[in-house]
Design a protein around this ligand. Sequence first.
Ligand SMILES: Nc1ncnc2c1ncn2[C@@H]1O[C@H](COP(=O)(O)OP(=O)(O)OP(=O)(O)O)[C@@H](O)[C@H]1O
Length: 581
Amino acid sequence: MWRRIQDAFALTDQGMKDFMRGAGFCALANLMLMLPIVVLYFTASDFIRYLDDPSVGLPGMALYAAGIVAALVVMFVTQMWEYRATYTAVYQESARKRIAIAERLRRLPLSFFGRRDLSDLTSVIMKDCSDQERLFSHTMPQIFGMGASTLVFAVMMFAFDWRLAASALWPIPVALVALLLTAHIQKSHTVKKNAASLSFADALQEYLECHREIRSLNKVGAFQDELDCRIDRFEREKIGAELAMGVAVCSAQGFLRLGIASVIVVGTVLLVAGQVDFLVFFVYLLAVTRVYDPINVILQAIAELMDMSLSLERMRAIENEPIQTGSTSFEPQGHDVVFEDVGFAYADGEDVLSSVSFKAREGQVTALVGASGSGKSTAVKLASRFWDVSSGAIFVGGVDVSTVDPETLLSAFSEVFQDVVLFDDTVRENIRLGKKDATNEEVLAAARAARCDEFVERLPNGYDTMIGENGSRLSGGERQRISIARALLKDAPIVLLDEATASLDVENETYVQAALSELLQGKTVLVIAHRMRTVDNADKIVVLEGGCVVEQGSPAELREKPDGRYRRMLELQRESEAWVL
Ligand SMILES: Nc1ncnc2c1ncn2[C@@H]1O[C@H](COP(=O)(O)OP(=O)(O)OP(=O)(O)O)[C@@H](O)[C@H]1O
C-alpha cells in the first residue's frame, strides 16, 4: 500500500519516509489536542462528585493547574515535532523532486521536447512541484494525521457509549462519499483550468520572446488582445474550478453539522430514559464539536488532493518517459561518421530521411547540400544522437551511436550553428562552457585562436564583461566567434557546422573563417551548406533531395556531371548572384 501511495503522489524514496514520519507526528499532535478535554473531564467529574457528596472534598487546585500546564506543554512539543516533520521535510523533498525531474529531462531524447513546449515543462517544474510541496506539507499529513487521530477518538467514543458515538459520527462517511461522488466534476474543471493556464503562459512567453518582431510588425495591439482574451479565460476557468470545489466541500461540511443535532436528540432521549448520566452527555456534546474540526480539514484536503491529482499525473508522466540509454565506455576506431541506410521520421510524421548512406571521413570536410527541408539538419543531428534513427544505423569509428550513452557520445562532437546560444554571463565563462575544468590560460588561448581578442579588447571589462541574455550586447559575428572558441576549447574530434558564416558581413566572415580553419584541422567535419561557394572547398559533397541522397562525390566530380543536381544548384546560385535589386 505504501508503494502505491509513493507512486500516486510521485514521491522519492526519502520523500516517502519523511512523509510517513510527518503523518505519524501529525496523528500524534492531533491526539494530543484532545488532552484539554481529558483534563476537563476529570476536573468536571471531581466537581460533580464533590457536589453529590461534599464529604469527599475538592482535590487541590494545584493538581488541575498542573494538568493544564502539562497538557499545554505536551501539545506544544508535539506540534513542534509535527511542524519539523512536515514543513522542513517538504522543502527537502521538493528540492529532490525538482532535481530528479531536471535530471530526467537531461536524459530524455529531443523528440520529447518536440512534443512538449517550454512553458508546459516550466510549469511542471515550478507549479506542479509546488503543488506537490503543498500536498506534502499540508494536505497529506492532514488527511493521514487527522484521519488517524479521529479514528482513535471515534473508537474511544464507541467504547464509552456506542449509541451517542453512532449519533455523532454517522454524517462522516456520508459526507466523504458525497465529496468523492463530485470528483469527476471537479476533475473536469481542473483539466479546463490547467489548459487555460498553459495557454495563457504560452501566449505570454511568446509575447515576451518575440516582442521585437511583434513591435516591428506593428502587432502589439493584436497580441495584447489575444493575451487579454486568454487571461479572461484563465480567470473564468479558475473561478469555475474554485466554485466547483467550494460547493462540494461546503456541502459536505454543512452535512456534518447534522451530527450535532442528532447527538442532542439521541442524548436527550437517553438522558430522559436515565440511560446516560449528564456528564457523559455533556462530554459527547463537547467531543462532537471537536471531532468535526479535523473532518472539515480532511474534506478540504481531499478536495485539494483531487485538484492536484493532475499535477501529480504530469510529474509521473515525465518520470515514466523512456530515456535514451547506452554504454558510457565509447572506444571508436578513428572518427569516420558512417550513415548506413538511415531512415527517420519525427514523432508520427512522414519519413524525413529514407535510405540515407554516406561516409564522412576523418580529416575531411563533408558538406551536405540540398533544398530547404531536404533533411540536412536532421541528418547532422542524428549523428550526435539528438534523436534515434527509425531504421538503418549511424556509426562513429565503427561504433553504432545508438549503443552509446548520449552524453558520452556528445563529448566527441563540437557544434557551431548559426543560432548561437550564449548565457547571461561573462565572455570568459561562456567560452569555458566548452570544457568545464579549463584553466584561464586554455580559455584565453582558445579565444585568441577564434579571433575573439579583437572585440573583447573593446569591452569595458574585457573577458569579464557580462554579455547580456543570449549575448544581446554582441554582434552576430562576435557571438559566432565565442561559439567557435568554445568548440576549440572542447577540441572534439568531430565538428558539426551549420553554415556558421552565412549571415555575416565580409569583415566578420573573414574573422570567423580564420577561426574556423583553426577548429577544423584534422577533424571529421560535417557542414550544412546553403551557399555553394562555401562548399566548393569541401572534400566531399552529399546532395539530399526529399530526404534521399541523390548524388555524392568530390566537388570536381559533381561539377562535371552533365545533368547533375549539384551542377544545377551551382548554376542557380550563379544566376541569383547576378540579380540586381
Ligand atoms: N523538430 C521537428 N519536428 C517535426 N518536423 C521537423 C522538425 N525539424 C524539422 N522537421 C521537418 O523535417 C524536414 C527536414 O527538416 P531539416 O531541418 O532537416 O531540413 P534542412 O534541409 O536542414 O532545411 P533548411 O535548409 O531549411 O535548414 C522538414 O520538412 C521539416 O519541416
